[in-house]
Design a protein. Structure first.
Length: 388
């Protein structure tokens, strides 16, 4: 009788990890004192006592021969012998600047005890902006898989890292976040890791398809003064060689080549008011333009195309610019005289591929007006690409 009783209690103790002891039924009466967070139940053969050990280390003792049974409540706490993050199966892909959609990870485990595990949300390190979510569930008895869903928007390319702790085991998950570099011309320089996301947006009035943000913008605009949406400032006709970065150094030496060997912003305070000499009118003409900075299949818009966008706005000013499908911002300009950035959050604009004499055409807008105009080519201004 004693041996069978011990066998029964040992079996129940194995299943009770993390549960609450509700009752200890004894020949002397029921002890109804709930004990939460049980670590283990042990038997001391020297004292003939059953020890209920809590996770905080405290213990409650009962004489073994005096016990009829022990009752428990709650789910069994889940335990596994191993998590195998290295052999995880990943569904879907992650792209810098694009919200995760349908990305999930299946993580195999072994040695499950059939117990329960809690839900958890794990923020990413390395590449920030992502969360791995594990729904509450129950381990299999033996081997099985955990499913984590990935949500959020990665803020850069690289490796997103998640540290999973469940079932008394830890493992580290790594997910690759791809950039957009391969979508751009060879040797393009990006002002932030991963490059500008290529996301299409269609203006239903004009029917044209555009990128939903200017080159160099980290996101589509949330306001006219959204700095993450202002983007880079290009000199007309230059490729994405690094000069467009807002903090790029300056030089006063004009280039004799259409593709300078450096990424400095070239100052030209006097004639020819251009960064290159002799002047070349064909640098940004169409998808095959020699210095087209846009991703594959995109190009600079013509003046007519960009003006049609302006004419579709609900109001001819910065309010209408933001309210349009393309959500234009007031990102300012960079001076060809001293390389300083001016009128950020006060003036917006974008280059076209259209030339007029030694100058080039552009869109500009402020709080109370918007129009097409022209400027010298050493000027720094935003670029929005249109799909060819």
């Amino acid at each position: 009788m004693k041996n069978s009783l011990l066998t029964l209690i040992i079996f129940m103790a194995y299943l009770s990890y993390g549960q609450t002891v509700q009752n200890v039924n004894k020949t002397s009466g029921t002890v109804s004192m709930p004990i939460a967070q049980i670590d283990s139940i042990r038997f001391n053969t020297l004292t003939n006592q059953m020890e209920i050990i809590q996770t905080n280390g405290s213990a409650e003792n009962h004489v073994i021969l005096d016990i009829i049974n022990v009752t428990f409540s709650g789910d069994w706490a889940g335990v596994v012998s191993a998590l195998n993050c290295e052999n995880s199966t990943i569904t879907g892909t992650l792209l810098s600047g694009i919200a995760s959609n349908g990305v999930a990870i299946s993580i195999p485990y072994t040695g499950g005890n059939g117990g329960a595990y809690s839900a958890q949300n794990i923020p990413s390190t390395g590449v920030l902006g992502l969360t791995a979510s594990l729904a509450a569930g129950t381990f299999a008895n033996g081997s099985g898989n955990l499913m984590l869903n990935i949500s959020g928007t990665p803020l850069s390319s690289g490796t997103a890292i998640f540290v999973l702790a469940v079932g008394e085991q830890n493992c580290t998950l790594t997910l690759n976040v791809s950039g957009w570099e391969t979508q751009y011309p060879p040797n393009s320089v990006f002002c932030f890791s991963g490059g500008t996301a290529v996301v299409d947006i269609t203006n239903p009035t004009t029917g044209q398809i555009w990128m939903d943000r200017s080159l160099g913008a980290r996101q589509a605009a949330s306001s006219s003064v959204d700095q993450n949406a202002h983007g880079d400032l290009y000199q007309w006709g230059r490729r994405g060689d690094g000069h467009q970065c807002r903090n790029s150094p300056t030089t006063a030496i004009l280039s004799s080549m259409s593709q300078p060997s450096h990424g400095d912003f070239i100052l030209s305070p006097g004639a020819p008011f251009n960064w290159v000499t002799p002047q070349n009118n064909n640098l940004w003409q169409g998808v095959s333009g020699f210095n087209n900075p846009c991703p594959i299949g995109y190009r600079l818009p013509t003046e007519t195309e960009l003006n049609n966008e302006r004419l579709s706005w609900s109001s001819n000013n910065s309010v209408g610019a933001l309210a349009s499908p393309l959500k234009w911002t007031m990102g300012g300009v960079r001076s060809h005289i001293n390389g300083q950035i001016y009128a950020e959050n006060e003036l917006g604009g974008s280059w076209t591929s259209t030339i007029i004499g030694p100058d080039s055409r552009l869109l500009n807008f402020v709080a109370n007006d918007a129009s097409m105009g022209g400027s010298v080519r050493a000027f720094g201004l935003a670029v929005r690409c249109i799909k060819n």
